[in-house]
Ligand binder design. Structure first.
Ligand code: ZN
Length: 145
């Protein structure tokens, strides 16, 4: 079982992350809501890059899973760099009766009608990195699995 290698440093980073996201997540939710409305009206396009296609096969999420995550999920991360916005949407996918698997979909927002899927991940594959709900990142160590 993998663990955080620097709990003190990661706790500090987690604190700063929460502070940074404090007012950004409600803005991310607004963007997500707007995009969902566009999807419903047939005006929105959810584009998958080659990388996410590969990820999806690797990690056994279907296109339908990704779409339903966007339709039903909620924003857990927001970042903006040089005018480029990225939002991580979290949801759960039902794998069998009463069994759910968490999903994180990282999207690049080009405009309110075009979101590009950057990557799709199952946070439960890296449990040390997240809180128990897989919403808050708590470890920032560069550990590959
Ligand atoms: Zn760590």
């Amino acid at each position: 079982m993998t663990h955080c290698r620097d709990p003190k440093q990661c706790a500090k980073k987690a604190f700063n992350r929460e502070r940074r996201l404090f007012d950004r997540l409600s803005f991310a939710e607004e963007l997500l809501h707007e995009f969902r409305m566009n999807l419903l009206e047939g005006q929105g396009v959810l584009l998958e890059s080659f990388h996410s296609e590969r990820r999806q096969v690797d990690r056994l999420y279907s296109k339908r899973d990704i779409r339903s995550a966007i339709e039903e999920g909620w924003a857990i991360d927001y970042s903006e760099f040089e005018g480029r916005i990225e939002i991580t949407v979290m949801s759960y996918i039902r794998v069998s009766l009463g069994v759910y698997r968490p999903i994180h979909v990282v999207c690049g927002i080009t405009n309110p009608k075009l979101w590009v899927i950057i990557t799709v991940k199952d946070p439960s594959e890296r449990p040390w990195r997240w809180d128990e709900k897989y919403e808050k990142k708590i470890c920032f160590c560069n550990i590959e699995v």
